[in-house]
Design a protein around this ligand. Structure first.
Ligand code: LP5
Ligand code: MN
Length: 245
């Protein structure tokens, strides 16, 4: 049975082509998978599980629920856009929410999964923002506000984030090598799979004399009306990238 990894789809109502691509994937290539790991940023943003009446959110939950009925186990790990996705969505979509990071086995290979944003430790402004919004007390207070107010706040945060990103050096928005090494050391030198940076690559790294690999997933995107994405597939004992369009 194959194991699939995807991340950074950034599904939103204004890019229906991406949702259509995701649905084609679920109805096609994904049927080969026994497990599907969604490593964050499935949605462009998630304002709370009380937004399940939104047509896009409902549709994605229904398609995932239908898909898991074919016997594939679906896992979700929070991204920096959809960390408020909770138990209600999980139940509706038939998926399991994983803590970050999570260690799994790919055959003999210990493999660590994370979204990737926690490794971008040079981006101090982002890490400060992250500490604030990942705080459970902050989240309780945020979720207590009306949905429409939360969406306004998110729109403001997204604008500020875009401005901030345009002023940042590209290098500080990538992972920090020491943070990666520390994580791999802590988990006894596994293979690492993550998304977030939108910089797909396989990095071969030496950590304390151990040969480690860091696989970075591709984001899904819409260019000139054309949706494209990618799934990382573990099959026959190895990983390979399969383009989707
Ligand atoms: O996602 P991406 O790749 O575009 O950018 C990230 C970092 N930005 C973010 C912010 C999100 O994109 C905004 C939407 C989140 C929705 C979550 C819902 C609930 C939370 C509500 C929050 C109030 O994650 C970006 C990184 C980049 O990755 C690369 O790693 O650089 O970080 C920033 O740009 C953060 C800024 O540097 C500092 C914070 C600005 C936002 C402050 C908002 C305060 C509240 C606004 C009220 C109007
Ligand atoms: Mn992300």
């Amino acid at each position: 049975m194959q194991i699939h990894f995807i991340s950074d789809l950034h599904l939103s109502a204004d890019r229906p082509e991406l949702t259509a691509l995701f649905e084609r994937y679920l109805a096609g290539v994904a049927r080969e998978a026994g497990s599907l790991y969604i490593l964050g940023d499935l949605f462009e943003y998630w304002a709370g599980d009380d937004d399940l009446d939104d047509p896009l959110n409902r549709e994605v939950a229904e398609k995932l629920a239908g898909f898991s009925h074919y016997g594939c186990k679906v896992y979700f790990m929070a991204g920096n856009r959809d960390f408020l996705l909770g138990r209600e969505f999980a139940a509706r979509a038939g998926l399991t929410i994983l803590p970050e990071p999570t260690l799994i086995q790919l055959g003999e290979q210990h493999t660590l999964l994370c979204h990737g944003d926690s490794l971008c430790t040079d981006d101090l402004a982002y890490q400060a923002f992250r500490s604030q919004v990942r705080n459970p007390a902050w989240q309780t207070q945020f979720l207590a506000q009306p949905l429409a107010v939360r969406k306004q706040i998110i729109a403001g945060a997204r604008m500020k984030s875009e401005t901030a990103k345009s002023e940042k050096d590209a290098a500080i928005m990538d992972v920090n090598g020491n943070a990666v090494a520390a994580l791999l050391r802590e988990h006894r030198f596994p293979l690492l799979i993550h998304g977030h940076t939108h910089r797909p690559a396989v990095h071969k790294i030496d950590v304390d004399g151990h040969d480690c690999e860091r696989w970075v997933l591709t984001d899904w995107r819409l260019e000139a009306g054309q949706a494209s994405g990618e799934v990382l597939v573990w099959a026959d004992g190895k990983l390979s990238r399969q383009p989707l369009n």
